[in-house]
Write a protein that binds this ligand. Structure first.
Ligand SMILES: Cc1cc2nc3c(=O)[nH]c(=O)nc-3n(C[C@H](O)[C@H](O)[C@H](O)COP(=O)(O)O)c2cc1C
Length: 206
């Protein structure tokens, strides 16, 4: 089993990476493979709402790693998305990346457990966490929880390493995700994924 992890910070080895690494180490101890992909240093275009992905399954912009991550997630069993807190929300580059990674493509992600992880210096962690969870909860992805909302505090990796509670939250998250992945793997033999109704879109027009 394999979990895709997205580092949504411009800092490749910063605080978000430190938090993700703690989750990854726990997953690996549980026999789950992990891959951390650094997505948020490049210029990432926002979604242009052309809708092409709804027929092709891929974004029309093929040069910034979004389509690569679409395929990586299709092949993976779970997802963890990490972001630094910027003005009490996720990094804007990461949001652009996720808008394009999820829109028109997320049917393929259904039933893959997912979790968000955030890093902040002082405030805005839970608002950021809530925003990231929106991607999973519109895509039939079970959200994995921990013993607290998944955040670490620090402005540098060293400070994050001093956040012992934050690191424990990350380890518990890794443990819980590994447990859920194994349960799903075992349970699927008896209980296949549910057959859902075709989606209805009323767009608030009555
Ligand atoms: C543009 C910008 C906005 C930020 N906004 C916040 C904020 O609202 N709350 C906060 O606690 N920290 C804020 N920070 C600090 C980062 O969230 C924090 O240092 C984080 O741990 C950095 O993670 P990284 O090393 O993975 O990039 C901000 C940093 C930047 C660059």
């Amino acid at each position: 089993m394999r979990v895709l992890m997205l580092n949504g910070s411009p800092h490749k080895n910063g605080c978000t990476f430190t938090a993700l690494s703690e989750v990854a180490a726990q997953l690996e101890r549980e026999g789950i493979e992990t891959e951390i992909v650094h997505v948020a240093k490049k210029a990432i275009r926002g979604c242009i709402a052309c809708g092409k992905c709804q027929t092709t399954g891929h974004c029309v912009f093929d040069d910034d790693g979004v389509n690569e991550c679409v395929d990586k997630l299709k092949a993976a069993d779970g997802l963890v998305v990490g972001s630094p807190v910027y003005y009490a929300g996720p990094n804007g580059v990461l949001c652009s990346f996720l808008d394009r990674m999820f829109f028109g493509k997320s049917a393929a992600y259904a039933y893959k457990p997912a979790a968000a992880v955030v890093s902040c210096r002082r405030g805005g962690a839970s608002a950021t966490f809530d925003r990231l969870n929106k991607y999973f909860t519109i895509a039939n992805m079970p959200v994995v929880s921990s013993q607290y909302w998944n955040s670490v505090h620090g402005n540098t990796p060293d400070e994050v390493r001093q956040d012992l509670e934050g690191l424990q939250i990350m380890r518990t998250l890794g443990l819980n995700m590994a447990w859920l992945l194994k349960c799903i793997e075992l349970g699927r033999k008896t209980y296949p994924y549910p057959k859902r109704e075709d989606p209805v879109m009323t767009n608030f027009v009555r």
